[in-house]
Design a protein around this ligand. Structure first.
Ligand SMILES: C[S@@+](CC[C@H](N)C(=O)[O-])C[C@H]1O[C@@H](n2cnc3c(N)ncnc32)[C@H](O)[C@@H]1O
Length: 210
């Protein structure tokens, strides 16, 4: 009979949105005062794991609406015993609006947000004016917003929204790196789309001083 798989305790990697202070104290959540980067919708968590491994002196927080993916991302983080990643199951829009202290984030990452193709569903898109306003408030001066999508039309909407916020300066788009192994991609969706040969649209912005 196969050995039962050990259960992985993800409790120390997940935060309950409804128990959090508004605003949170990053040092009390992470136990240190290192810079914090937030990912909106990390899905299965590849970006969180790769970025947090590559940047151990930064803390990373992913806010993921789908509980199944939030649990999966937290399990992957727990298996690696990472100390600089936390996952919040819940709505990143709510988290940014209520829980992020002003000018407290070093970077915000929004990768492959759901496109919600149907016209009547487009209002569900996460990248919309309220999110941009909250990212602008949450980023520290000099902090960066990074975005990627495979949907050209959505990319146009994102750039138009960003151009309405003159405090953001557009940076040269990041070059896609050549993967050195099968998990050496920005995110799980980036991996899927690059392997399919789809074009990917990327933009980065720096939040200027107040
Ligand atoms: C297309 S997937 C991309 C996942 C990941 N960023 C990647 O590139 O592999 C979009 C993700 O955003 C999550 N999501 C959608 N709306 C969200 C919201 N308001 N707050 C947090 N996550 C959200 C979805 O549950 C899904 O996991």
């Amino acid at each position: 009979m196969p050995e039962p798989r050990p259960t992985i305790d993800i409790a120390r990697y997940t935060l309950d949105l409804w128990q959090l202070e508004a605003p949170v104290s990053w040092p009390s959540l992470f136990g240190n005062d290192r810079p914090v980067e937030l990912e909106v919708g990390p899905g299965k968590g590849l970006f969180l794991i790769n970025a947090a491994t590559a940047n151990p002196s930064h803390n990373f927080l992913g806010v993921e609406l789908a509980r199944k993916y939030a649990r999966l991302a937290a399990t992957r983080v727990a298996k690696r015993n990472m100390t600089n990643v936390l996952v919040v199951p819940g709505d990143a829009r709510l988290f940014l609006a209520r829980h992020v202290p002003p000018a407290s984030l070093r970077a915000v990452h929004v990768y492959f947000p759901d496109p919600w193709w149907k016209k009547r569903h487009k209002k569900r898109r996460v990248f919309a004016e309220p999110l941009v306003a909250d990212v602008e408030r949450g980023l520290e001066p000099g902090g960066n917003l990074h975005v990627a999508t495979d949907v050209e039309e959505y990319f146009g909407v994102i750039r138009a929204l960003m151009s309405g916020h003159p405090r953001f300066q557009e940076l040269p788009p990041p070059e896609p790196k050549s993967p050195e192994h099968d998990l050496d991609y920005l995110t799980n969706f980036e991996r899927k789309y690059r392997l399919e040969g789809r074009p990917i649209f990327r933009a980065s912005y720096r939040r200027g001083p107040p």
